[in-house]
Design a protein around this ligand. Sequence first.
Ligand code: B12
Ligand code: SF4
Length: 488
Amino acid sequence: MNDVDLVLIHPPYHRRNGSGVIFPLGLGYIAAAAMEAGFTVRIIDGAHQCSSLRKDSLEQFLLLLSQELSASLPGLAIGIGPCTTSSVRSIKAISEVCKVVCPRVPLIYGGPLASIPGQERLFFEEFSASALVPGDGEYAVCNLLTALQRNVSLETVKHIVNPGSTIRTCNVVKDLDALPFPHRKTGGYRLSVRRELFRPPFATMVASRGCPYTCPFCISGLLREGHYHRRSLFNVTEEIVQLQSQHNVRTVVFYDDTFFPSSNNLSADIQSVVQSFKRLAEPIYWEIEMRPDILIALEPHLVKQLFHIGCRQINVGIEKGWHKGRQSIGKSVASEEIRTAIEKIRESEPLMRLTGTFILGGPDETKETIRETVDFATSLGLLFAHFYPLEVYPGTALFAQTYSRVDPLWWYEQVMKDDLPWGEIVYEGGGSLHRDELLRCVAEAYKRFYQRPAWHDQAQSQLGKPYDDIIPTVATWQDDRFALGDKS
Ligand code: B12
Ligand code: SF4
């Protein structure tokens, strides 16, 4: 007997030291839409059950998966995703288990990697895909399940990609308010050290989809064909109220690529958020991502207003400490403007936490420019900083510029045979540093940032008691941030 119509599997990925493990929101959205349409759904969160792509961890997970699938057979389909470049090892292994345990059940794939034109062969030849769902999955998955239920050929289903065809368009849900709120599994999830606001329980949300920018190293602006849509603030606050009443949530982490999309309407945008969030009977703490060019438009009175309605942390993708380097990856704001903006924010609201992410490596990067980036990072008074080697994602301008070989099976094979278990392609193009050297620079950057007495003083005063708890994790970043997350 079939126990459930749709089983959704979240593929494990290599969890970095100190990273959190959060509920896969995209699967929650798909589950809610399918349930609203009358289907039964089960989510198997592989990323929660397994923290790495190391052979032994993955094998343990696969055993569990095979037992779970046998115990409750999927009746109509198995959905695998969100697929990312860095989870191809586990996706391959999951597809093999599914083909053994439920050989006749169609495998459908979605998420960022399954939305990038040119990657179809990978899914159909390597992962036994019956169909791909590029872009927003809710409506397409419901159409697909309906077709399967009625025994209609998948060839007739709109907005999916069948074997032999290519991704021509992405599904874009324009009216995000029309979607049911995600069906969430709770319990056992935890935020990364950097995002933790120490006011549990937390939930993650998105108030928008897509990114209006196209930074050459990033895939976000390419998903949904560059379309950017926001939910109404009424709809966003309704979800917060539901999270508060059903799950007692006190902290929300917004994972929007950039919560405020432009510096042009920033003041008006913030006023609208203030008006909407003021309506919440119970206050909520929240944090957002922000581009540096938007940060510099954040006037002190706006910072105060954001703080007043619960915004406690702003995460900024600063990327580089040298202007030309920052420009080359799509962020043209000057270093001094960033410094001034951060100083202004710290003066107006000293308890507003500011964190930054930095990318090391890339065209024209030298040890000297890396030193400049780390000097800059350490001089800003950030509460946390993360340093990443530049990773090259298929579909991006950087990938096209770096590799003339675009065959998806080429990069896939590189990742599969790599001795590093993360599943990432580290940039080593045009005169840049060799991967090993870059990784040494990353470790050095962590040491320089986190060994400073000034950072410890700041963290102690801003974090209070949790400072003691996070210190062991922060220490592991200095050894190897990319080592397995089961240390965290
Ligand atoms: C939140 C987030 C995370 C969270 C949780 C991720 C998760 N699995 O839910 C955390 C912090 C854990 C995380 C980790 C990582 N992330 Co991340 N993350 C994001 C972020 C900012 C938002 C994702 C999100 O929740 N969106 C909102 C929901 C509603 O959308 P969605 O997940 O895309 O789902 C919709 C569709 O994609 C589709 N869909 C999704 N899954 C499926 C499955 C099926 C079967 C179907 C049919 C459809 C479908 O339907 C959903 C509803 O419409 C995106 C950026 C972005 N713009 O997508 C990056 C992003 C997905 N992450 C990325 C990366 C690289 C990583 C890490 C490798 C970083 C690391 N090493 O730690 C890991 C690996 C994660 C993995 N699963 O492999 C990249 C992926 C790039 C690529 N080409 O592969 C992105 C695109 C960021 C970027 N711009 O580079 N991430
Ligand atoms: S780096 Fe940020 S702003 Fe640029 S495309 Fe990616 S998500 Fe958008």
